[in-house]
Design a protein around this ligand. Structure first.
Ligand code: DUC
Ligand code: ZN
Ligand code: ZN
Length: 474
């Protein structure tokens, strides 16, 4: 099956060129000046991309389909969530398999493989959440790396649940260093935060906004600093997830200036949402925006610092931390966000976004004049591919790369709404936002899976990605 994508503007992390793209089977086989070759004659399918951007499929390296959290589960399954990803132009996601306390990492891997295999609309890989560091789980890390799980996430938050203390963190980092694996860190001082939460509840401060206010920026920057120190001791590559505080970004910048292999991501919710406009909405509305790290005070200047970090490469990646919970009853799981009515500490943490990311970053980043199109592609696709052992199969449009391609209309204007999205959740955190730019066609390894507003793929199109170990040094 040969497909010609003609007349578009091909944008990669480096180049912006007018070019025809020839896809044969699952791969890109040639690029050429528009109309310079008679590829049209023997193509099985021709897609006219005139006036459109032709960009690599998005890579979301941080999703939580069906994550168990706070007595319920994230409302998107691998089937519904990966289809929503496809609609949003994301053709690869890396989800977090979970090793819970008392289980092995292999249990976590097997459980997540069972949930995902045969259900995914896009290609997928796994990181491993190391929830129980001990002698035997440290030994298992090598086995996981051999299976293509080359990154391990640790939590400095959530004491008693996923939390690891500094000793466990250092041991896991030392082991990862010996395997060329990446350590991913949820950097918040969970012990201090738990004290602030208890004190807030004792004062009767039970509304959703207190979720944000009991996780002040300093609890993120302190943990980020400590994670960097421990990674330096261990000599391991460190990737700090979902950064939201400007002081924490400064820690990353300082470490990178010293030449350490330290990397970080942020997510659209931290660039677009604030305590003032969202989390402090009256009644229980603020629960929609409860996630950790938290949405922060606009007045403290975090959004500008995060945008600036993306522009200057202090931050390298934009992921989603997609982890949706319904506001009202979920059809089978029942109460989700409302588990926390009258007690913000019982609100499941997380919000939807896997479908929104690529487009929103175009809108806020490129249309907003903060980054150029190449940087947009880099932070939404290329950088994650390099960071997590998928490049150049994923993350670019080049001869030999997988034909994961998005045709993007840079001029379309539309309004975001729960009515229009496909994520399995009953609200949008961007309800009513007027945006520019729209995903039009999505190809996964040469097969069109989204055509206009229609999903035309099949359940199970997505394949498991066995990822390489770390090779980034920038
Ligand atoms: N943060 C969230 O908001 N949800 C899931 C886990 C996490 O760390
Ligand atoms: Zn986290
Ligand atoms: Zn997460």
């Amino acid at each position: 099956m040969k497909t010609l994508i003609k007349g578009g503007t091909v944008v990669t992390a480096i180049d912006t060129v007018e070019a025809d793209v020839l896809v044969d089977g699952e791969a890109v086989v040639a690029l050429a000046a528009p109309g310079s070759h008679s590829w049209e004659d023997d193509a099985d399918k021709v897609i006219d991309a005139s006036g459109k951007l032709v960009v690599p499929g998005g890579i979301d390296p941080h999703t939580h389909m069906e994550l168990p959290f706070g007595g319920t589960y994230a409302s998107d399954t691998f089937e519904t969530g990966s289809r929503a990803a496809a609609w949003g132009g994301t053709t690869t996601m890396v989800d977090f398999a979970v090793q819970v306390k008392g289980e092995t990492m292999m249990d976590g891997y097997t459980n997540w493989m069972e949930k995902a295999a045969g259900n995914c609309a896009v290609d997928y890989g796994f990181h491993m959440i190391a929830g129980d560091i001990n002698e035997s789980s440290l030994k298992e890390m090598e086995q996981l790396v051999d299976l293509g799980v080359t990154s391990f996430k640790l939590f400095m938050a959530y004491p008693g649940v996923l939390y690891s203390d500094d000793g466990d963190i250092l041991r896991a980092m030392q082991t990862a260093a010996g395997l060329d694996a990446m350590i991913m860190m949820h950097a918040e001082n969970g012990i201090a935060i738990d004290v602030l939460r208890e004190q807030a509840i004792a004062r009767g401060e039970t509304d959703p906004v207190y979720h944000s206010l009991t996780r002040p920026a300093i609890t993120e920057s302190e943990a980020t600093h400590r994670a960097i120190v421990l990674s330096e001791l261990a000599g391991v590559h460190l990737y700090v997830v979902h950064m939201s505080a400007k002081e924490a970004v400064a820690e990353i910048a300082e470490a990178r200036d010293r030449g350490l292999p330290v990397f970080a991501e942020t997510c659209p919710q931290y660039l677009f949402l604030s305590v003032e406009d969202h989390v402090s909405k009256p009644g229980f509305e603020g629960a929609k925006y409860v996630c950790s790290t938290p949405i922060r005070l606009r007045s403290e200047g975090h959004q500008e610092a995060l945008w600036n970090g993306l522009a200057t490469n202090d931050l390298q990646v934009v992921s989603t931390d997609h982890c949706p919970f319904c506001m009202d009853d979920h059809p089978t799981l029942g109460m989700q966000k409302k588990l926390g009515l009258g007690d913000f500490t019982a609100i499941p943490n997380g919000l939807p976004g896997v479908e929104d990311r690529y487009q929103l970053m175009y809108h806020g980043g490129v249309v907003g004049g903060r980054i150029d199109v190449n940087r947009w592609v880099e932070i939404c696709s290329t950088a994650a591919a390099k960071m997590f052992g998928l490049y150049p199969k994923k993350g670019t449009i080049a001869v030999g790369s997988d034909a994961d391609i998005v045709i993007f209309d840079p001029n379309a204007k539309w309004t975001k709404s729960v009515e229009q999205h496909h994520m399995f959740v009953d609200y949008s955190v961007y309800e009513g936002l007027e945006v520019q730019g729209k995903v039009e066609t999505v190809m996964l390894r040469g097969k069109v899976i989204v055509d206009g507003d229609e999903y035309v793929g099949e359940k199970g199109d997505g394949q498991y990605l066995k990822r390489d170990t770390v090779s980034v040094h920038h």
